[in-house]
Design a protein around this ligand. Structure first.
Ligand code: HEM
Length: 501
């Protein structure tokens, strides 16, 4: 039986009864998209092509409607002009409840409840600041060194001829390893962890079943996944981590927090707690960054005229900083220099716009009237999910002309980042949301943008680049709809050659 069939069987058996009780509507509630399938509701149609499915419902029901998806009543707010009201809504719409419920079981740690671990949840959240602000500079500097190391050792050979490689593999191996070295540090001996390839292989196996785990499919139904997850978690055993040097401040702080709690509450088996948390951070730091890097690099190689402009700006920024680039020398781009690369930033934003499919979820804490704008409100029930699905906004032709096409300079205006995008003649507060929104917005977003920029800079500076088959265009695999950056349906073969002086 395939995993999807298992999923359907489990869902139908467990919850047919409970959801059928809820499917009547009260006056004031948004229209309910009808479905004949108890519990599952529209899950399969959503999973097949979420954007298409939601657009169809919007045409039928308007900008606000409720859908039953895998046992949850989800009210979608489709008009991005209404987003600010939802995002700022604090008291009655909980931001963290959903993640608190599903994330711990996915990564294998107990929920961080205040009753059991007083204050820990807040402290964990405060540690996210160590990925931002002044802390971003050492992280960015370290990432540059690590990417340079991986590029030099794996891709700079002397013969200067054309080579070919899977483009996804190229991006994945370099970003996985360089990010790992930057966040968790270097091994005791040598500059690279010897087991890195094995670790990445196991990681990919886990990541492939991630959409099922987050949908709460029991891990025992998913083949070897439990054993693989345990192996991944055990990579972060304290005796191993204590030997790593150059660990980021972020991970050091988190280790400290868990160690303190461990002394206080060892009865709750906190010994397994930090390891699984470290593993969760590994997942958060690379699972979206790798496909995002692929799409950013792919679109530029596919559009040589854009690549040329982006490359020239990198060379100009280096020159303005007093460095004449030479392919035989080590290159360093500071955080300030990365900030000046507006064409590269725009290209990355454009590829994120085309490939991201995150869903912003809030849970209603009570029955109440949710105010949408000055004139409208809808009634929601306690436990209902309010969802924003920004992909619909990213592909809206009224906001983004020719929305399916990559325009590398779409986010540039007067040599600066463009921030004014309109719907119904009104300026949008939120127009690009690959990293979520509000208080749950991705804390690693600045680091992610910088590391993708760094990777693309090195690729463009050191190599001539071509696609082996220029006519092949991978589409987006929809099985991660709602979870982040979608992966390509097929890989493409990259041809690359060291650039001459
Ligand atoms: C292109 C790359 C990335 C994308 C598209 C991305 C996207 C996201 C999204 C959509 C969320 C959920 C936001 C929400 O619920 O509203 C999230 C959460 C998170 N991300 Fe990222 N992310 C990326 C890279 C990173 C990196 C590099 C790190 C760390 C170094 C990171 C760390 C986290 C963490 C820790 C959370 C959970 C935050 C919480 O519990 O509130 N992410 N990310």
């Amino acid at each position: 039986m395939c995993v999807c069939c298992v999923y359907i069987c489990v869902c139908v058996c467990v919850c047919t009864f409970s959801t059928s009780l809820l499917s009547y509507r009260r006056p004031g509630e948004p229209p309910l998209v009808s479905s004949w399938v108890p519990f599952i509701g529209k899950a399969l149609e959503f999973r097949k092509d979420a954007h298409k499915f939601l657009e169809e419902q919007r045409r039928k029901y308007g900008d606000v409607f409720t859908v039953l998806i895998a046992g949850k009543y989800m009210t979608f707010i489709m008009d991005p002009l209404l987003y600010p009201n939802i995002i700022k809504h604090g008291r009655q719409l909980d931001f963290h409840k959903f993640t608190q419920e599903v994330v711990p079981s996915t990564f294998g740690y107990p929920p961080v409840l205040d009753e059991v671990y007083p204050g820990l949840w807040d402290q964990i959240r405060r540690s996210f600041q160590l990925l931002q602000g002044d802390n971003l500079s050492p992280l960015t500097e370290s990432m540059m060194g690590n990417l340079m190391l991986v590029f030099r050792q794996d891709h700079f050979d002397q013969d200067g001829g054309w080579k070919t490689n899977s483009m996804y593999e190229f991006c994945s191996s370099a970003m996985f390893e360089a990010t790992f070295l930057t966040i968790y540090g270097k091994p005791e001996t040598g500059s690279r962890h010897v087991e890195m390839e094995k670790l990445r292989e196991d990681f990919v196996k886990f990541d492939n079943v991630f959409p099922l785990l987050i949908a709460q499919i029991p891990i025992w139904l998913l083949g070897q996944t439990k054993a693989i997850r345990e192996k991944l978690i055990s990579y972060f055993l304290p005796q191993q981590m204590s030997r790593w040097s150059n660990m980021s401040q972020f991970i050091r702080r988190r280790s400290e927090l868990f160690n303190q709690q461990g002394q206080l509450k060892d009865v709750h088996k906190l010994s397994s707690h930090p390891l699984a948390h470290h593993f969760a951070i590994l997942w958060a730091s690379v699972s979206n960054t790798i496909p995002a890097t692929f799409w950013a690099a792919y679109y530029l190689v596919k559009h040589p005229e854009a690549l040329q402009v982006v490359r020239q700006q990198i060379l100009d920024v280096l020159r303005d900083g007093g460095v004449e680039f030479s392919p035989n020398r080590y290159t360093m781009l500071s955080r300030d220099q990365l900030d000046k690369l507006v064409f590269l930033e725009s290209s990355i934003n454009e590829s994120l716009r085309l490939s991201s499919s995150s869903m912003n979820i809030r849970v209603a804490q009570e029955d109440f009237a949710l105010r949408l704008d000055a004139k409208r409100s809808v009634d929601v029930r306690k436990g209902d999910i309010i969802a924003l699905y920004p992909q619909s906004m990213h592909l809206d032709p009224e906001i983004y002309e020719d929305p399916q096409t990559f325009h590398f300079s779409r986010f540039v205006q007067d040599s600066r980042g463009k921030t004014d995008f309109y719907k119904n003649g009104q300026k949008l507060k939120y127009y690009l949301m690959p990293f979520g929104s509000g208080s749950t917005i991705c804390p690693g977003r600045f680091f992610a943008m910088n590391e993708i920029k760094q990777f693309v800079c090195l690729l463009l500076l050191y190599f001539d680049l071509q696609l082996e088959d220029e006519h092949k265009h991978p589409s987006l695999v929809s099985n991660r709809a709602g979870l982040g950056i979608l992966q390509p349906s097929t890989d493409v073969v990259l041809r690359y050659r060291r650039r001459a002086q």
